[in-house]
Design a protein around this ligand. Sequence first.
Ligand SMILES: Cc1cc2nc3c(=O)[nH]c(=O)nc-3n(C[C@H](O)[C@H](O)[C@H](O)COP(=O)(O)OP(=O)(O)OC[C@H]3O[C@@H](n4cnc5c(N)ncnc54)[C@H](O)[C@@H]3O)c2cc1C
Length: 389
Amino acid sequence: MDTPSQTPGKSQTEGLLPAVRQFTESYIAPKAAEWERDGAVPRRAFEDAAKAGLKGVLVPKDLGGCGLGFTEALEVLETLASANAAFAFALWVHNNATNTVARVGSAFQKDAYLTDMLKGTHIGAFCLTEPEAGSDAAAIATHARRHDDGWILNGTKSWVTNGVQADVLLVFAQTDPGAGVLGIAAFLVPADRPGANRSPAYDLPGAASFGLNDIVFEDCRLSEDDLLLPPGEGFRAAMAGINQARTFVGALCCGMLGSSLETALKYAASRRAFGKSTLAFQGVQLPLADIATDLEAARLLTRHAAEALDRGETAITPAAHAKKFASRAAFDGVSACMQAMGAAGLRDTYPLSRHLVAAKMTHFLDGTTEIQNVVIARALMAQHGIKLE
Ligand SMILES: Cc1cc2nc3c(=O)[nH]c(=O)nc-3n(C[C@H](O)[C@H](O)[C@H](O)COP(=O)(O)OP(=O)(O)OC[C@H]3O[C@@H](n4cnc5c(N)ncnc54)[C@H](O)[C@@H]3O)c2cc1C
């Protein structure tokens, strides 16, 4: 969602980062495999994250959040993702929903949701994608029809992160099918509203912590108080927020890649074959050195995009470069780290198998790799003054 640029506070993360590291190492990392086996993250984890300081990471301090800038927030997300990228993303979606309520919500909506969202007792979700509309988000068919002094919502949202346990749904819906994107509005819908139906969690091996499902709206009645952004502004805000989201996916990838590299290095240093440490073999060392280079490049591209966002720029192309490069580097790099560990890298005592699934998923999150290339190609042509017939 559209988030006005923020002035990066010089030492905003100084107090937060150590707490995030502690939370990641002592809370997320030991529970990640258990959550996967259980098929879900307990609700309490969102509350515990808030208690650890992760409440409204991007929400301004005067509204009760941490008030971080984008560049600072990268470090927080990278740290969380090192242990469990799926939960880090779920927490981020919740944080972004909280930030949206804080920044563009009405007085009624802030009053109704903000305090509990900041505390993590109310979990947020973002509902744009539909079974028949993914990359082509403007083609959404979920329909909000005016009725008396409110709206009636019908349609299905798919791939809803946190959908299995969200309390507040940020829903994009078409209000005037003939109007295209100008008809798309955004609503804040309480998940327990009659007519809002949660489908069971998707069965996605290795990705339970995303909490993904479908949400089906059947004659769900909304009041004017539930309208977050009027027709026309809904789609614009969703697209404006996508460059921030893509930059954060870059950080997610860096977190997975960094932790896989560290795990593989330590494992290979202690594993022995043919009378020596496997890390002594150049066949093991050199791929890890290549991964370190990719990690460095992914971090720089991601930081470059975040710095542009912090300057108040749209960062369309930098975010597309960062997301494309980092997601490819993560998928290839996590796989190569597993290779360096032999079969042990597959075991759930290590994070690599979860990272590999999540790294593949980053190729779809907030726009596919191909869509990043569409964005980059468009920018290339504009830069060189090329207009196709
Ligand atoms: C783990 C996970 C979490 C998600 N969380 C959310 C969420 O919280 N909320 C939400 O709204 N959505 C969420 N999504 C959905 C995500 O945004 C979509 O998956 C994404 O937009 C792509 O849509 P699609 O999967 O339907 O692919 P499609 O649009 O069906 O694309 C299929 C293929 O065609 C390619 N393609 C499509 N158009 C073009 C084009 N113009 N040029 C070249 N190639 C093209 C794509 O790149 C892809 O390879 C999530 C997805 C995942 C995997």
